[in-house]
Design a protein around this ligand. Structure first.
Ligand code: ZN
Length: 341
């Protein structure tokens, strides 16, 4: 089969080439992949991969969709069925799996990180990590759900407990997960304030559903948030930017409010501002990915047409290197997708 393989670290180490076709072990299915999307973590794996147990060469790519070609073991799924990959191989027996919280599994393995990934003609995944996907679902959009949209789902619904009437602040809404958070917070019925920079991105964030977009390069974010909320502050902030914005996010949240993070692209050691934290009784939540129940809810909402992932561009898998360039381009907005079939 053909695959996008990381042979050595760095952009020069990524090759679209022949790779051995996998064979499903007991409890696994062989999937003929149809589409996959790129995530920031693919760049992290390419350039560093530090802290993630794996060996090179490795097939890249975390999320994707495809059709089942072979099943080794018992399953309600059938050969030829279209499926979406829940991007976790989990044990099902540790304390976290028993509680249904697969992202905390003590022996979790993620495609494209710990094991061979989705930028390939084929992948083998545990049957329990496959959810049926409607044949009518848009392939390009469905391929974006597994990482960015699932991560946003848990932050917005699970951690921030978004509900109608709440006011949300989504920081750096030009990014994939943050843009997904704008869409989901709006879907939850929140009033959504977002930050980004530049006229083009401001317009696109508005189209994604934000009620107000603040250009953080032109305006003081905290002042503007306080003005919009009659000096109360927002109910919750979602901030994956880190060092550059954490302080203003803390100052933008109302008393008793929540701040959720799933990333720290500008650095992960901002001031904790403990005095503000305890006096105003703020809650900080770390979050990553989501569990199978959350994923099936997300897929259902998508299949019902209530959510349309924002796509920047689509490349054939043979042009994966160009797709990586696009992912890192300053003007990119939304997801970069690989068409595999
Ligand atoms: Zn487990």
């Amino acid at each position: 089969m053909k695959a996008v393989v990381l042979e050595t670290r760095g952009a020069d180490g990524v090759h679209y080439q022949e790779h051995e076709k996998p064979t499903p072990k007991e409890g696994e299915a062989l999937i003929r992949l149809e589409a996959a999307s790129l995530n920031r973590v693919d760049v992290y794996m390419r350039d560093s991969g530090a802290g993630i147990t794996h060996s090179l060469p490795q097939v890249m790519g975390v999320d994707g969709i495809g059709h089942i070609e072979e099943i080794n073991g018992h399953s309600d799924l059938t050969i030829g069925q279209r499926v979406i990959l829940y991007p976790y191989e989990f044990c099902g027996t540790c304390e976290h799996c028993v509680q249904g919280d697969q992202p905390l599994c003590l022996s979790a393995k993620i495609p494209g990180e710990h094991i061979n990934g989705t930028f390939a003609d084929y992948i083998c995944m545990p049957i329990q990590s496959l959810l049926p996907l409607s044949d009518n679902a848009d392939a390009t959009q469905a391929a974006c759900l597994g990482v960015a949209y699932l991560t946003a789902w848990r932050m917005v619904f699970g951690k921030a407990k978004a509900s109608p009437g709440k006011v949300a602040l989504i920081v750096g809404a030009g990014g994939g997960v943050a843009c997904a958070s704008v869409q989901l917070a709006k879907l939850a019925g929140c009033f959504v304030i977002a930050t980004t920079s530049g006229a083009d991105k401001i317009e696109k964030v508005k189209q994604a559903g934000a009620d107000v977009v603040i250009d953080y390069k032109q305006e003081d974010v905290v002042k503007r948030v306080m003005s919009i909320t009659q000096r109360k502050g927002v109910d919750f902030a979602i901030d994956n930017v880190g060092d550059a914005t954490w302080s203003s996010s803390l100052k933008s949240v109302k008393r008793g409010g929540d701040i959720v993070t799933c990333g720290a692209t500008t650095g992960s050691h901002p001031s904790a501002d403990l005095q503000r934290l305890f006096i105003r009784q703020l809650s900080i939540h770390g979050s990553t990915m989501g569990d199978l129940t959350e994923f099936s809810r997300l897929v259902k909402v998508f299949e019902e047409g209530l959510l349309k992932p924002v796509i920047d561009s689509v490349y054939p898998i043979s042009k994966a290197l160009r797709a990586f360039d696009r992912l890192e381009h300053a003007e990119r907005f939304g997801k970069v997708v690989l068409n595999i079939t």
